[in-house]
Design a protein around this ligand. Sequence first.
Ligand SMILES: Nc1ncnc2c1ncn2[C@@H]1O[C@H](COP(=O)(O)OP(=O)(O)O)[C@@H](O)[C@H]1O
Ligand SMILES: [Mg+2]
Length: 248
Amino acid sequence: MSKNAMKTVAVHALKGGVGKSTFAVNLAWASAVRSRRRTLLWDLDPQGAATWLLQPPKKAKDAAQAIFTRDVDAHDLVRPTIIDGLDLLAADSSLRDLERVLIELGKRKRLARLLDNLDKHYDRVLLDCPPGLNETSDQVLHAADLLVVPVIPSPLVQKTLDDLSTFLIQRGGKHPPILPVFSMVDRRRKLHQVALTETPDWPVVPYASIVEQMGIKRMPLGAFAPASAPAREFAALWTLIEQKLAQD
Ligand SMILES: Nc1ncnc2c1ncn2[C@@H]1O[C@H](COP(=O)(O)OP(=O)(O)O)[C@@H](O)[C@H]1O
Ligand SMILES: [Mg+2]
């Protein structure tokens, strides 16, 4: 543990399209604005959804991979966003090669070391992760204090989490606590109701069309619809995350 109280929260899932980037952006907003934490969102997914949503000014080409390979100080590549207190380490297409780059580097704690260098600048770091269990997720598991896993309710929910646990067990070593959160919940749907009753203690983010508008406005919900139900759900989820972080 570092002297500073910087904490890293990774938003991770096996699948794409489950709400990872939506979570990362809205939780980062809650951290910066509601908790007044110096917050960094690090977009590790070459798809760059979180980067798109936070509409940063352009920076050097291929910078996202250079953080890992060259002697670039990650903090030099950080950009401010339109949200006070929220900075961004943007994704770009160079991250498509990140898996190969990390394997070739052969340093399992590369990401953790890079984060150590950021801890004088930030209180909270949100990692928006690419989907899957791979070298990048292994690095994330070394680096994160908490893993938030968005899960769309389905009969496969338990299997998905079992796959993750099996991976964690086979991988060995320590891993951060996991917080599964239901994502895109539609309580009118029978399957969703069933899944929710099976694991009633998991937090819930409902399906709502205002969430999709983030892609049009290119802002976190809190910046254009702070009173909306999903904005409040994300704020409550962030409060829960802060409580969990305070426990270790
Ligand atoms: N709670 C929600 N309600 C409605 N649409 C959502 C919700 N969460 C995410 N979405 C939409 O679903 C799509 C995938 O979400 P995204 O966060 O990009 O997933 P991932 O990062 O896991 O690929 C996006 O178009 C997003 O706007
Ligand atoms: Mg994403």
